[in-house]
Design a protein around this ligand. Structure first.
Ligand code: FES
Length: 156
């Protein structure tokens, strides 16, 4: 459970600075995720109240965009590109190999909290795929050797 008082203070600070028009909702959610690591379901009600929206509206936005986490991520986040070019270059096999090598299913966080493995949809590096993103750092031409290097990095 996140610190709700801290989140309430962040929401209040945001609306004082930027207002509470609907177009401020996405920037607020991004800020909350940046500050708190994820957007806890418990924040839906205070955000809805601050923006004079229904809880369903806010919940709909949080769940529509894949970028928003509703639970904390692992200490490392590995994203495997699932978009067309990387898929044509063996992305599905890389996904399966990554899940096996890292010990976690796609979309999940390993039990020890060390790594989250998830999909991403095009990193703009299509010519050098299949690609991954490791803690925000792009890794091109992912193969078994690069997956081993990623696994070692995560274990360190
Ligand atoms: S399709 Fe994977 S980087 Fe563009």
């Amino acid at each position: 459970m996140i610190r709700l008082e801290a989140a309430d203070a962040l929401i209040a600070q945001w609306t004082r600075r930027h207002g509470a028009a609907r177009d401020q909702l996405l920037p607020l959610l991004h800020m909350l995720q940046e500050e708190m690591g994820f957007v806890d379901d418990a924040l839906v009600a205070p955000i809805a109240a601050a923006f004079n929206l229904s809880r369903a509206d806010v919940h709909g936005v949080v769940t529509f965009y894949h970028d928003f986490r509703r639970v904390p991520a692992g200490r490392h986040v590995v994203k495997i590109c699932r978009a067309e070019s990387c898929q044509a270059r063996g992305g599905a096999a890389i996904e399966a190999a990554a899940a096996e090598r890292l010990g976690v299913a796609m979309g999940g966080t390993r039990r020890d909290g060390q790594v989250t493995l998830e999909a991403v949809y095009c990193l703009g590096l299509c010519a050098v795929g299949p690609n991954a993103l490791v803690d925000g750092r792009p890794v091109a031409r992912v193969d078994a050797g690069r997956l081993d290097a990623i696994a070692r990095e995560i274990a360190a």
